[in-house]
Design a protein around this ligand. Sequence first.
Ligand code: ASP
Length: 284
Amino acid sequence: MPLIAVATWKFGLGACRETYRNLAAGASALDAVEKGVRVTEEDLDAASVGLGGRPNADGIVELDAAVMCGPGRRYGAVAGIRDIGEAISVARLVMEKTPHNLLVGEGARQFAVEQGFKPRWLLTEHRRLEWEEWKRSRGESESSHDTVCVLALDGAGGLCAGTSTSGIAYKLPGRVGDTPLVGCGLYCDQLAGAAAATGPGEVIMRYVVSFRIVEEMRRGAPPHEACLSALGWIASENPRTGEQPLIGVIALNPSGEWGAAGSQPGFPVAIATSGGTELIEAVV
Ligand code: ASP
């Protein structure tokens, strides 16, 4: 089985490399994706993920994350979690240690603390100053956002998808995007494939974009075509899509074929295989 990891955005390069490094060492796709996403969550330069992510309108960082595994269609997620930078790992524990799929807000934080995570203040000084500036300029809604999404195929043929984000900068407190929602920000089915999405969550969740891509692959579409088809569907239904921020999608099928597409130019995707890791501009 060819090992492969695919990740969104330039800031996903490190996550992609780390995911592949773990796959190559024999890790399951789930372990590899968790370790990969953690790299971006700890990266202070990644302004919309984990530690150093942009805060909500009150100046508090709230994170959304999810993981879904092909075998058994297992899924765990957290939304609006504060003080815990390792959101992907908490999402995994929701999947493994609770009878639930999704924990939110204070309940998610309490669960993480019970599982041994140490609460940290996630707002860095740099992001605090940006937020102060945003408040002074009387807060035009900020279009800054992005999600690290990672898809992986392991040596046993297992597929996994993971996502993590601080969401839309200066969002209303309590706002949850597509990233932690099954079928929206991610989906993974062992027989059909895995997919994930980044971009304005309010649009992505209304079109259940990741589920749509996986269902296209189930019907036999190659990952590339499945991605283009889902974005084409949104564009045809919603003529304003072209004016809206970019939606980017990635997909991986059980044979290790990958695909990616953006609704506009400017969506880089990181791919890691036995040939190395590269950053590729997705097709539009
Ligand atoms: N989908 C994320 C959200 O709406 C943001 C992004 O990926 O750009 O929270």
